[in-house]
Write a protein that binds this ligand. Structure first.
Ligand SMILES: Cc1cc2nc3c(=O)[nH]c(=O)nc-3n(C[C@H](O)[C@H](O)[C@H](O)COP(=O)(O)OP(=O)(O)OC[C@H]3O[C@@H](n4cnc5c(N)ncnc54)[C@H](O)[C@@H]3O)c2cc1C
Length: 433
């Protein structure tokens, strides 16, 4: 047994979404002993793989935000309950910078807070986003010209004709054409192939050669060629380079419906950063409860094969997501609760108030704002604003007001709150020393 194994954990982080993984990587990178525990993988595997900070403002605007840094002051002024207001603009920038340094050398994310990309989505709608891997950023609709979008008969829920028609109708300055082909062997003839299966096939050189052969002549006259976001997993860079060389074109990816291959690449990259920094990872373990006494969390208990196992640390980070992630629960009677520590949540007790009468309302669906109430250090607080546990921090979609749908701010909240928690914990240690 190593000496380090006997030391208690410096921090236990619950949840492997963007918020939990980023917090874990930063603390493990600062030589802290960290346990990262999660029941499942989180929303990264479902979302696009790009990092949204502010996509729309005001909420009902159809005009995407071009420069998030410029629009943020208006957004903060109008939404004082949003987590961005608690952490402030410096931490939003710090979160993005920390993210870029974590993925550097593994994934080539591009962008800045001063400029949003406008990326084609699977329904042919532009997706304003701040940081994107180069494979997605190559499809930026702010760059004019002719592009060809390719689909595969075997891939479910990806329709190039729909994408091109919708993009052309928006008159963005790009002219988009569509082509659907049969995928080569070993995918040929299969039904309902998922993006992950296709991504694995693209890692085979022979598969790529056949795709290039099927697309090359049709791509003449187009500046860029787009594929569904299935261009490899571990060998993504090789797949991209090979296709660009074979077609003699700039190649880009268009995000698909879940599962998200770029999201999976990001999950894998952050996970490997964490493990390389010496972190301990447990996926598949649910944290069932935690004990708060004397203003501190004393322990949490997690499910193992045979028993509930108590685990202890100096600090705890709750990154369990919102209603989608399992971090906030609801029932038919109108109860809304945080299931591990039973922390106070900001929520409407009358469940008839949870939703706008119109499902696709341009404004907020009230339920999407429900979450844990915190102070500026992101400690959970009681009704009077007093911290309940000074060694417990809440991040990401678990926070009250972090409705990611309005404004498209979910990834920005995850990164900014991760950066805030790490700064608080590390600052506290250096002051105590
Ligand atoms: C389908 C989908 C699409 C999205 N698209 C966008 C988008 O386009 N733009 C945008 O800005 N945001 C989007 N989001 C939201 C965004 O992904 C999140 O806000 C952001 O990534 C932060 O997630 P998180 O880390 O807070 O939580 P999550 O990613 O939800 O992760 C929660 C983690 O906690 C774990 N967990 C929960 N309860 C327990 C427990 N009791 N014990 C152990 N582990 C537990 C889960 O297993 C998971 O690992 C989308 C979300 C979804 C679901």
């Amino acid at each position: 047994m190593k000496q380090d194994d006997l030391k208690p954990y410096h921090t236990i982080i619950i949840g492997t979404g963007l918020a939990g993984l980023t917090t874990a990587c930063l603390l493990a990178g600062a030589n802290k002993k960290v346990l990262l525990v999660a029941q499942g993988a989180g929303a990264l595997l479902l979302a696009s793989g790009a990092i949204d900070v502010l996509g729309y403002h005001p909420a009902d605007s159809r005009e995407p935000v071009h420069n998030p840094a410029q629009k943020l002051p208006d957004f903060l002024a109008e939404r004082p309950e949003h987590p961005f207001c608690l952490v402030g603009p410096e931490q939003i920038r710090a979160g993005l910078e920390a993210f870029l340094s974590l993925v550097k050398g593994r994934l080539d994310y591009q962008g800045s807070l001063e400029r949003n990309w406008l990326l084609p989505g699977p329904a042919g709608v532009g997706h304003p986003t701040c940081l994107a891997p180069v494979s997605l950023a190559n499809g930026d609709l702010n760059t004019r010209g002719r592009m060809l979008v390719i689909g595969f008969d075997e891939l479910r829920d990806f329709y190039p004709a729909l994408i091109s028609q919708n993009l052309n109708e928006q008159k963005l300055g790009v002219q988009v054409a569509a082509l659907t082909i049969d995928a080569p062997w070993p995918i040929a003839g299969k039904m309902n192939v998922t993006p992950i299966e296709l991504a694995r096939a693209f890692e085979q050189p022979e598969f790529r050669q056949q795709v290039v052969k099927a697309v090359k002549s049709a791509s003449r006259g187009y500046g860029r060629v787009g594929f569904p976001a299935v261009l490899g997993l571990e060998r993504h860079a090789e797949v991209m380079a090979d296709l660009q060389r074979g077609l003699g074109k700039v190649v880009f990816e268009v995000s698909t419906l879940p599962p998200s291959v770029p999201g999976r690449r990001l999950f894998d990259a952050l996970q490997s950063v964490f493990l390389a920094a010496g972190g301990r990872l447990l996926i598949g373990s649910k944290v069932v409860d935690g004990v708060i006494e004397n203003g501190r969390v004393q322990q949490i208990r997690l499910e193992t094969a045979s028993r509930l196992k108590p685990v202890v640390a100096e600090n705890y980070v709750l990154a369990t997501g919102g209603i989608f992630g399992g971090g906030i629960q609801t029932d038919g009677e109108g109860k809304v609760w945080e299931p591990i520590f039973d922390l106070p949540v900001i929520a409407e007790a009358d469940r008839h108030q949870w939703f706008e009468p119109k499902f696709l309302s341009a404004g907020d669906q009230p339920i999407a704002n429900y979450g844990v109430k915190v102070n500026r250090q992101l400690n959970p607080v009681d009704e009077s604003g007093m911290p309940l546990a000074k060694n417990l921090f809440v991040t990401g979609a678990t926070l009250a007001g972090s409705n990611w749908i309005v404004g498209r701010t979910g990834d920005g909240v995850a990164l900014a709150t991760a950066a805030t928690v790490v700064a608080t914990i590390v600052d506290r240690i250096s002051r105590a020393a």
